[in-house]
Design a protein around this ligand. Sequence first.
Ligand SMILES: [Fe+2]
Length: 293
Amino acid sequence: MPRFPFPEFPNGWFQIANRSELSPGKSLEQSYFGHRLMLSMTECGELSIQVIREHDGDGGAPEASGAATAAGTGPTAVESWPLAERCGLIFVHHHAEGALPSWELPSLGTFDEPGWTPLRTTTLEIRSHPQEICENTADIAHLAAVHGMTVGDRDDIKVETLGTLLRVGIGLKIAPRPDSKDASVDIHMWTENYGPALGVVHLTNPDGTETFSTYAPTPRGDGLLDYRISTALRRPGTPEEIERALEHSHRYQCETVLEDVPIWEKKTFHAQPRLSEVDGPIAQFREWYGQFY
Ligand SMILES: [Fe+2]
């Protein structure tokens, strides 16, 4: 009995590495989408990816995904999948039938402006599905219940969809963590989901510090995914002050995600959940996400 009533591997762009993990002439071997992937960088810095063979687990049958392998692909098949790079993050395009991308990732242009630190990335291994991770964007009620945030006026919650983009805007009061000297902050936060596996949050805090965060779940197979959380920051200050602020902000993002992880790993998917009006636009999110299968 599969845990989710939809394919394990959605179609679209997925982060599989950061450029900083690669060096010229060196390859990175990874397992994603039930396949072994070899990501390589040439001496001139160009990237390529090859599917080197099908993933065969530990000799057992792969979990029912029904969509992992294009018809006619044999165990020694070698093929190349489309790659894209944004802000030093590397994405591969996965499609169950091997179709070419029908849309491109956005440029994430804000981050090209001067003054930003490089993105700092942490990867967590989680037993869940990208849809479940991204659904958190629409799960307004969990912000208070799980993260202790105070959600502002519900009339201010905005949900917009435009093709493969879904954005949710919300007013929040974020209380400091018990061990922190921070004051609580009032923010208005837009979370933008670009396709099935990339969330982006660009925030300007009341003190003028800007943070740029990306959240990228990439399924490996057998019900596991790698969740990459990346943070960059822009603010005045000495290099030491900026480094301290980046480390602080990145740790905050990761600690917030770690509050969600035990729920993601245990929760059961209900196709017809009993929702109240404070739960958030879960149904709208799921209808939007359905385009990625
Ligand atoms: Fe959360």
